[in-house]
Design a protein around this ligand. Structure first.
Ligand code: ZN
Length: 200
């Protein structure tokens, strides 16, 4: 009895102190797993299963998990986006992009000769898998092959990104909008595009 009383007290204080509920924690945990599973499947398709297994593992660390769980809302959009709208920044995102090479933001160094270099091919592959898995996770059955391109057009001018990476991502989304994932997300084809866009 005492045990349950203590647990309930802890849950109540957690809800008050950290604006966290069991429902949000569990809901966020499920969405992270669902997203990671979709990424893993796509990563296998393009020949990087190991990266697919480790993809986004930092989301389970307290620094990322608790903040994103706090802004979780039914899993229809990114809690990081919500957090930034409310507080102006997201510690979870700052930590995430500094520890995950599949984000082009990871490679950004304002003090380097090329502040936003091209990301290596294997991380470009993971980025592509990540963006499609995220779109499918948040959109659910409303997701269409045109979705990623329209999303990309809304966000592409907001970050610092190498112009060639930008053009390359846009090319992939344009092709998928036309031909679908199965045809475009193939390692050989993506390598050809990567080489075409990265050559001097
Ligand atoms: Zn990530």
């Amino acid at each position: 009895m005492l045990f349950f009383y203590v647990i309930m007290k802890m849950v109540k204080s957690m809800e008050k102190e950290y604006k966290l509920t069991i429902k949000k924690l569990w809901g966020h945990f499920k969405v992270v797993n669902k997203h990671r599973w979709k990424v893993f499947c796509l990563c296998c398709k393009v020949g990087i299963p190991w990266q697919g297994i480790w993809h986004d593992w930092t989301k389970y660390l307290p620094v990322e998990f608790f903040e994103t769980a706090r802004y979780f809302d039914e899993g229809k959009y990114s809690p990081i986006r919500k957090c930034k709208e409310v507080t102006g920044y997201s510690i979870a995102w700052i930590h995430h992009k500094n520890h995950n090479k599949h984000h082009y933001e990871y490679w950004h160094d304002y003090n380097a000769p090329t502040p936003a270099p091209m990301m290596p091919f294997k991380y470009f592959l993971e980025l592509i898998c990540d963006s499609y898995a995220a779109g499918m996770t948040y959109q659910g059955k409303n997701w269409t092959k045109e979705y990623q391109l329209s999303y990309w057009n809304r966000v592409k001018d907001k970050g610092v990104i190498h112009p060639k990476t930008k053009a390359l991502i846009e090319r992939v989304h344009t092709e998928v909008a036309k031909d679908g994932i199965n045809k475009v997300l193939k390692r050989k084809h993506l390598k050809e595009l990567y080489d075409e866009y990265t050559k001097e």
